[in-house]
Design a protein around this ligand. Structure first.
Ligand code: NAP
Length: 506
């Protein structure tokens, strides 16, 4: 990981510069990097799209996005003026080869005028169906072949299944070197997710007990309280397994389960992560119904308002078989994790928005306290909350103050809010800066993506081949289908949730 390297002069070519991702995430992130003086002195941001804009009108729409979505709030007028002097717009169609000539002319001009040859980042914030044509056209105008300076950032989803991911990898690798390809999973840019590496490998305390001898089970739960909103059309062709499990959740699982890397090098860390995916036990067809649960939300009430079920959402097939909830039980077949279940779940329109990793330790080998002392007994648990709360809690047993020997669980809490004064950067800030610096640690390597698809293909195929007769099987604002509770309850556990704090939405 190139922690303190200052980025070289950089050109961002944003394909899909007029789209939602650019307005909500990319431009606010670049502006915040500029405000915090991480941008190089020489940089250019080129928005690309078919919509007709002048530079001025394009910049005006971006400012609206920054004012609305940036974590630093409304843009300071002078700072925005300075930042936006680096932005221009090129009307272009990804299918039109001639438009790539305009891009290469622009780049050539910068190369001639700037103090050193810039890094060129082609950011693909467009529908994945355009990834191949963009990559091929970039190659035709020789905007791909400088392995040291040219990079391509590929948004999710990377493939729709194993075959399409392989196909895309083959195409990209025929044009770019793997060191030029940045497959983004914005979850990996989140502070708390990155902190997993620090927490596990910068402390001597946890590693000795981070294994099957002390850990009973692990849960990763990523729940959203919103439905598909205006993404119904996209989501209906995707589903929870593809949208959340194949990428974000498996990446987080890898960070929990990986072996200690030898150093902080991108390749070393990615090797250790891919080792986890390779060790994960494949799903046998006959086990799928015991170890997986799918769900789809029905209508319900959220905060006093009636909300529609998934099948009534705009863009969704009224008889859709797409899952908006998935829960799975995984095993990792290696020495560290043999027979430790890893439960994961994700869903939309759930009771609470939260992303939590919960690691439950085995019980004490012998209980010396009388049963009346330990009525609220709870095995030790480590809870890493990724969002909205950013915290790490260690749940331990303690004696309640008083004359009796009564035990109850208490939390030792490290909370980002109370510990650090600085605002934490958005995931996209971290990832865009890393792309500028040429650090691939937090990006997915081609083999990682394929191995993750490979693991899930039996489940995807099984679910697609059998239409669910029970959909919708959970109501909005619930914790998902009852069978998801059963998945974990049959092993004697229950899904862990953090209490909703005062002032939070619910
Ligand atoms: P979007 O709002 O629909 O934007 C699509 C962009 O593609 C627009 O800028 C559009 O520009 C451009 N485009 C479409 N056809 C084009 C063509 N023939 N030539 C040139 N440009 C064309 O989509 P989005 O939400 O920004 O998502 C973009 C990508 O990011 C997708 O892969 C998505 O899965 C991924 N992503 C998005 C989010 C998010 O929060 N939005 C989050 C994670 C991942 P014109 O109409 O001006 O041509």
């Amino acid at each position: 990981m190139k922690t303190n390297v200052k980025p070289r002069p950089t050109i961002f070519m944003i394909f899909g510069g007029t789209g939602d991702l650019a307005a909500r995430k990319l431009i606010p992130a670049l502006f915040n990097l500029f405000l915090e003086k991480y941008m190089p002195k020489e940089f250019a941001i080129i928005g690309l799209g078919r919509t007709s804009y002048s530079d001025e009108s394009f910049i005006k729409t971006l400012l609206e996005g920054v004012n609305k979505y940036s974590r630093s709030g409304k843009a300071d007028k002078d700072k925005w003026k300075e930042f936006s002097s680096h932005i221009s717009y090129l009307t272009s169609d990804v299918n039109d080869e001639k438009d790539y000539k305009k891009m290469s002319d622009f780049i050539e001009k910068c190369e001639n005028e700037w103090s050193e040859p810039p890094v060129i980042i082609h950011y693909l914030a467009v529908d994945p169906k355009f990834f191949p044509i963009i990559a091929s056209n970039l190659a035709k105008v020789k905007l791909a072949d400088n392995t040291d300076r040219t990079r391509i950032v590929v948004e999710k989803p990377f493939g729709h299944d194993l075959a399409s991911a392989k196909e895309l990898n083959i195409l990209l690798k025929s044009i770019f070197d793997e060191t030029q390809i940045y497959r983004i999973d914005h979850y990996l840019g989140k502070e708390t997710v990155q902190n997993m590496l620090a927490f596990r490998f910068a402390n001597a305390l946890f590693e000795p007990i981070w294994n099957r001898n002390y850990i009973e089970h692990v849960q990763i739960s990523v729940t959203e309280d919103i439905g598909v909103e205006d993404r119904g059309g996209y989501y209906d062709g995707s589903g929870a397994l593809r949208d959340m499990v194949q990428n974000h959740i498996l990446q987080v699982l890898c960070l929990v389960a990986m072996e200690p890397p030898v150093n902080f090098d991108a390749e070393e860390i990615r090797n250790r992560k891919v080792d986890v995916l390779r060790a994960m036990r494949p799903f046998a067809n006959e086990e799928i119904r015991f170890n997986t649960v799918r769900g789809q939300y029905g209508d319900g009430w959220v905060q006093g308002e009636k909300v529609e079920g998934y099948r009534e959402e705009t863009g969704v097939d009224p008889e859709s078989n797409t899952e908006t909830f998935a829960a799975l039980k995984f095993f990792i077949d290696n020495w560290r994790w043999q027979n430790v279940p890893f439960y994961v779940r994700t869903g939309k329109r759930m009771h609470q928005k939260s992303s939590i990793i919960s690691i439950q330790f085995k019980d004490v080998p012998h209980l010396i306290f009388p049963s009346q002392s330990s009525e609220s007994w709870q095995q030790n648990r480590l809870i890493i909350s990724i969002q909205p709360e950013m915290s790490i809690r260690l749940q331990v047993q303690a004696k309640r103050p008083g004359l009796d020997m009564t035990l109850n669980p208490v939390d030792m809490v490290f909370n980002y809010d109370g510990t650090y004064e600085n605002d934490t950067p958005e995931a996209y800030e971290t990832l865009l800066l890393d792309a500028m610096k040429g650090d691939q640690t937090l990006f997915m390597r081609g083999d990682q993506v394929e191995t993750a698809w490979d693991l899930l293909m039996p489940v995807l195929e099984n679910w697609e081949s059998r239409k669910s007769i029970s959909f919708p099987n959970y109501s909005s604002d619930s914790w998902g289908p009852e069978t998801a509770e059963a998945l974990i309850a049959k092993d004697g556990f229950h899904w862990f949730t953090l209490p909703i704090k005062k002032g939070e939405k619910k």
